[in-house]
Design a protein around this ligand. Structure first.
Ligand code: PGA
Length: 240
């Protein structure tokens, strides 16, 4: 099963817009004949209670999750609270959060909390590499992140999706090359066999098909996920 994730980041501004985009995606996904793609929408936390009543075939995800189970942690949202609102997936370790100082130890605890509440983590790796990095350096960074982020987690019993995010292409409209992504996908699969590996970075309706053909098992979509038609084209490309 492929996975396409909408990461809305801090968009849109209003609940009406969120409802409108989500309804159009839900309608489109319902209309697709092939059902070999799971679709997840990760809105800002505040829209989750509303979108929960809009999404049925498409699933609800969060953009982050607390490393703590409960208690005095101002501003955080726990895995248990997300579970309460029908959240099935959580993005963990996105580069934009690592940039704010989130480290591998916290990410590891977030993943454990998510799994304990039956929320599937979508772990992002690749932060720290840049376009000048050699492929050997990118692999070294990813290996270190995977080992630390998934430490003491029984992967045979845990559903986890890995996203390769080449940081330097996010939001640029210029995705990383197919050959590069295919090689990194293989590399990740050697370290965490049997886990779904998806790609994130400037995916759109035009280029998504090539990534599907290159063996990527889905995508994490930022900008293009706020345009329902564009996002539906990405889903279609991966279901072919
Ligand atoms: P983008 O974001 O699709 O806007 O490049 C992708 C991501 O955040 O991983």
């Amino acid at each position: 099963m492929k996975l396409i994730v909408a990461n809305w980041k801090m968009n849109p501004d209003t609940v009406e817009e969120a409802r409108e985009i989500a309804s159009r995606i839900e309608q489109g996904v319902l209309g697709q004949e092939r059902r070999n793609v799971e679709t997840v929408i990760c809105p800002p936390f505040v829209f989750i209670p509303v979108l929960r009543h809009v999404l049925h075939f498409a699933k609800l995800g969060s953009q982050d999750i607390s490393a703590e189970a409960r208690g005095a942690y101002t501003g955080q949202i726990s895995a248990r609270q997300l579970q309460e609102f029908g959240v099935k997936f959580a993005i963990v370790g996105h580069s934009e959060r690592r940039l704010l100082g989130e480290d591998d130890k916290q990410i590891n605890r977030k993943i454990k909390n998510a799994l304990a509440c039956s929320v599937e983590p979508i772990l992002c790796v690749g932060y720290g590499s840049n376009k000048k990095s050699s492929i050997a350096t990118v692999k070294k960074i990813i290996k270190k992140q995977l080992q630390a982020d998934l430490k003491d987690i029984d992967l045979r019993k845990s559903k986890v999706t890995i996203t390769y995010e080449p940081l330097w292409v996010i939001g640029t409209g210029k995705p990383a090359s197919l050959a590069h992504c295919a090689e990194i996908k293989e590399f990740i699969s050697e370290i965490v066999p049997g886990k779904r590996v998806i790609y994130g970075g400037s995916l759109d309706g035009q280029n998504a098909g090539a990534y599907a053909k290159a063996g990527l098992e889905g995508g994490l979509v930022g900008g293009a996920s706020l345009k329902a038609d564009e996002f539906l084209n990405i889903i279609k490309a991966f279901s072919n």
